[in-house]
Design a protein around this ligand. Structure first.
Ligand code: MLT
Length: 319
């Protein structure tokens, strides 16, 4: 009898999970973006979630929960019920650099369930048009000669704009005054109006403003120029060859989310990345899209572990 009961329970258990996954999603899904609206994380989240919503047959609602370099929003998402109805758009900062900078971080990026990489985003050193130096070489000379005058915007400790500029400032031996924002969307507006001098930021936030002449681009920190910004020199061409860094954005789910659910989300993300319209929108802003093998959940899981280790080392060296 006991044996029969456990067989029934086991069978029920086996039937419950796929049934839940089969009906998922039966209501809108919230995607937490841990920075202000209009910035790079928000742009990528909205581009991919729009197409994913069509595949899933339910709307993905983007919710911006900014603060503490993105760790506030990721903490909120990580502590949500692991039922697939709250997911997060993390990035190189929240899931790579943050553990090195927040000893009391309330989530473990390597434990969250990886859904998939949405895009990689080359980093540029950019400045206000109201800021005097015209080239990277002039900027370096000015920064060294005027350490007290220089202001740098960033999106909070541990964000991409913060961590990548920590690397830059360490290489140049400069300590600009840091001005924190809830995201590089609002930071960019202040830089354009001349309230801050420069920042290190992701290409998707900058491409249109650089093409439109509103922002001065000193260099892109990649081995090659971006097809989206063919006139912007690489750091190597501009005289700073050792400054090489790229950011990325990826979707995660809370620990304990069923594999059937995250597999459905991964499938929807892959379909978004295969869609010509969604691809072109991202490529036009300079994003680098993951290859087929980089689109797996396993790839992202391994990648996050490597990124946490890499940023631990890089930020310790830059101190
Ligand atoms: C944003 O979306 O505002 C950025 O990704 C912030 C950053 O990490 O620099």
């Amino acid at each position: 009898m006991k044996k029969m009961l456990s067989a029934v329970l086991a069978l029920t258990g086996l039937l419950v999970l796929p049934a839940m996954a089969q009906t998922y999603p039966s209501k809108p899904v919230t995607m937490i973006v841990p920075f202000a609206a209009g910035g790079p994380t928000d742009i990528i989240a909205r581009f991919v979630s729009e197409h994913m919503s069509r595949t899933l047959g339910q709307q993905i609602v983007v919710e911006n929960v900014a603060g503490a370099g993105g760790t506030t929003g990721i903490t909120r998402a990580a502590q949500s019920a692991p039922d697939g109805y709250t997911i997060m758009m993390g990035h190189m900062g929240t899931h790579g650099a943050a553990p090195a900078l927040y000893p009391g971080l309330k989530y473990d990026p390597t434990a969250l369930v990886p859904v998939g990489i949405a895009a990689s985003t080359p980093i540029l050193i950019v400045a206000s048009k109201k800021f005097a130096p015209n080239t990277l070489q002039e900027f370096v000379a000015y920064a060294k000669a005027n350490p007290d005058k220089l202001n740098q915007a960033h999106a909070g400790i541990g964000s991409v704009s913060h961590s990548t500029c920590v690397m830059l400032n360490g290489q140049l031996g400069i300590k600009p005054t840091a001005v924190p924002y809830t995201g590089t969307g609002p930071a960019l507006n202040d830089m354009i109006s001349g309230q801050v001098d420069f920042m290190c930021d992701q290409i998707v936030n900058l491409a249109e403003q650089i093409r439109g002449g509103a922002v001065r681009a000193y260099a892109i920190a990649s081995p090659e120029r971006s097809p989206a910004l063919p006139d912007v020199p690489t750091t190597k061409e501009a005289g700073l060859p050792d400054y090489q860094v790229i950011a990325w954005n990826a979707i995660f789910a809370p620990v304990g989310t069923a594999p059937e659910i995250t597999a459905r989300l991964n499938d929807a993300l892959r379909k978004a990345l295969a869609d010509e319209g969604a691809r072109n929108r991202l490529l036009n802003l300079g994003a680098v899209l993951p290859t087929d093998s980089e689109q797996t959940q396993a790839f992202l899981g391994d990648f996050v572990k490597a990124e946490v280790a890499r940023w631990n080392k890089a930020l310790a060296a830059a101190k």
